[in-house]
Write a protein that binds this ligand. Structure first.
Ligand code: NAD
Ligand code: 2HG
Length: 527
């Protein structure tokens, strides 16, 4: 039974895939401080958090069996990703699910600033009918400078265009075409700071972006500018912002996020032209359901050993490559698992050859899947996509990749050769109907086998009655044979037999099979 710990009030409805899974037990502990988390984390296989729980290196040190940290949201700055990676723990987020929520909150904050809505609301409710103090400005015709034109920045741009704002953006990492499609002009940061009437921030917090908006940046800004930060505290230097507001350089600021959270008192709170919300950007029913659903699926996949699409500590694959390469991941892993069980002793080298269409793509993730299969023979489910390359390196396993686009027989063929001092074995496979893994060659012998469950691998000499004898021995133990494959290169020569069985064959029967005349070897594989 896998144990999953959920903190921070993640939507229980969105986590149904986990709460209803027969092999998973979910504990909800909405508020846990670092000490409390350290005490119990050792009992869990997965942890799901929003932004409040700090998953520090000290917490991770106590995580004995943690396989995945699921972040029900985008920013992973509350998780020590480096420490998690070092321990082979997957960190996955749920991008996209809260994009619209954060974009709408940004627009709400911008309108609140332009029309003084929160202050006017508070004054009116306090019994004062004051129409003079709250003269606003229109958004129409104003220049909006967006820092970070990713998912949220783009949605903000679309909404601001509907309000007839002119949009400029600073984002050195997106292609020009993306900005052109959005009808947004990309400009250098200094130009944005000088030209924008409203500035909104939509970038992650990192070493690079920490205090990106500092004293110097405020000096460059247009007098009367209004600033919105619905991304992360720490990107704006709060002291510098306070000064810029006090001296009137900045006409107003709306902040959903703060350098230290939670925060209940702050010099900025004393200023009437500052609008604040307690990190509510993603707090809509729809967004919370969406991020929880995504993260539940990712956690379930990770627990069951699958490939986690939104892992942030895996090599990056371009979005157009993943749909092509993704279906081959289970095949690559099975080939590694199969080949590694054929060798005895220490593996020195794993060579992966790709032929056919797949050879045109970035196959680095498939190499990782092969390694995951190879290493899991010895290390079982402690191996995942995050730690497989590093563990291989530590064990001195060299990885070689070869490719050719020409493939005579199959649309695609992946071939895995494992080398050990005692010898080498090669297993090749393809996808049938674009999704079903098949092993089609073992050490040069042709087969057509589904790599699934318990398989007996029996190299033998091609002689009459041998199949019958082996069948009788297995049948005597009441073990059902589900499928059988024989591969030979010539009549009477060396051949291989693959028997898919419904349950493991006991050691004693394996020894009996090994004694059958003309049987060369017997191996019980689990795929
Ligand atoms: N307030 C909230 O509740 C809330 C909700 C969701 C997301 N967020 C924050 O918003 C951020 C953006 O989310 P997203 O989904 O749009 O992410 P995203 O990855 O789609 O977009 C981020 C963009 O920032 C750009 N970028 C990165 N570094 C930059 C730099 N130094 N200068 C300029 N541009 C840079 C990237 O190229 C990318 O286009 C998240 O990192 C998260 O911290 C906050
Ligand atoms: O969990 C939250 O509510 C905040 C989410 C947000 O900051 C994010 O980065 O996705």
């Amino acid at each position: 039974m896998y144990r999953v710990l959920v903190t921070d009030g993640v939507s229980p409805e969105g986590l149904k895939a986990l709460t209803e899974a027969p092999d998973v037990e979910v504990d909800f502990r909405p508020t846990l401080n670092e000490e409390e988390l350290k005490e119990i984390i050792g009992e869990y296989d997965a942890l799901i958090v929003r932004s409040a729980t700090k998953v520090t290196a000290a917490v991770l040190e106590k995580a004995r069996r943690l396989k995945i940290i699921g972040r029900a949201g985008v920013g992973v700055d509350n998780i020590d990703v480096k420490a998690a990676t070092a321990k082979g723990i997957i960190v996955a987020n749920a991008p996209g699910g809260n994009t619209v929520a954060a974009a709408e909150h940004t627009i709400g904050l911008m309108l609140s600033l332009a029309r003084n809505i929160p202050e006017a609301c508070a004054r009116t409710k306090s019994g004062v009918w004051d129409r003079k103090s709250f003269m606003g400005v229109e958004l129409r015709g104003k220049v909006l400078g967006i820092i970070g034109l990713g998912r949220i920045g783009s949605e903000v741009a679309k909404r601001a265009q509907a309000m007839e704002m002119k949009i400029i953006a600073y984002d050195p990492y997106i292609p020009e075409e993306r900005a052109r499609d959005l009808r947004v002009k990309l400009v250098p940061l200094d130009t944005l700071l000088q030209e924008a009437d409203f500035i909104t921030i939509h970038i992650p917090l990192s070493k690079e972006t920490y205090h990106l908006i500092d004293r110097e940046a405020f000096v460059k800004m247009k007098p009367g500018v209004r600033l919105i930060n619905c991304a992360r505290g720490g990107i704006v230097d709060e002291e510098a912002l306070y000064e810029a507001l006090k001296e009137g350089k900045v006409a107003g600021a709306a902040l959903d996020v703060f350098e230290k959270e939670p925060v209940t008192s702050h010099p900025l709170f004393s200023l009437p032209n500052v609008v604040v919300t307690p990190h509510l950007g993603a707090s809509t029913v729809e967004a919370q359901l969406a991020v929880a659903e995504v993260i539940a699926q990712e956690v379930l996949t990770a627990l069951r050993g699958g490939f986690v699409r939104h892992a942030v500590n895996l090599p990056y694959l371009r979005p157009e490559v993943l749909p092509v390469v993704g279906p081959f991941l289970p095949l690559a892993e099975k080939l590694g698992l199969f080949a590694a069980q054929l060798v005895s002793g220490r593996i020195n080298q794993v060579e992966v050859n790709y032929s056919g269409e797949i050879a045109r793509y970035d196959t680095s993730l498939l190499n990782t899947a092969v390694l995951k299969g190879v290493l899991s023979v010895a290390l079982q489910d402690t191996i995942n996509y995050v730690n497989a390359p590093e563990v291989a390196k530590q064990r001195g396993i060299k990885v070689k990749e070869t490719k050719q686009e020409r493939e005579e027989e199959y649309v695609n063929l992946i071939s895995v050769k494992v080398e050990a001092p005692e010898g080498e074995h090669t297993v090749a496979g393809t996808l049938v109907r674009g999704k079903e893994p098949r092993v089609v060659e073992i050490d040069g012998y042709r087969v057509d086998a589904v790599p699934e469950g318990y398989v007996l691998f029996i190299p033998h000499l091609d002689r009459p009655r041998i199949i019958g004898r082996i069948g009788t021995l297995i049948g005597a133990h009441d073990i059902n044979i589900a499928a059988m494959q024989v591969g030979r290169k010539e009549i009477g020569g060396k051949a291989i037999m693959l028997l898919s069985v419904d349950s493991p064959v006991p050691e004693e029967t394996l020894r009996e099979i090994a004694k059958v005349e003309n049987v060369l070897d017997v191996k019980m594989l689990y795929l």
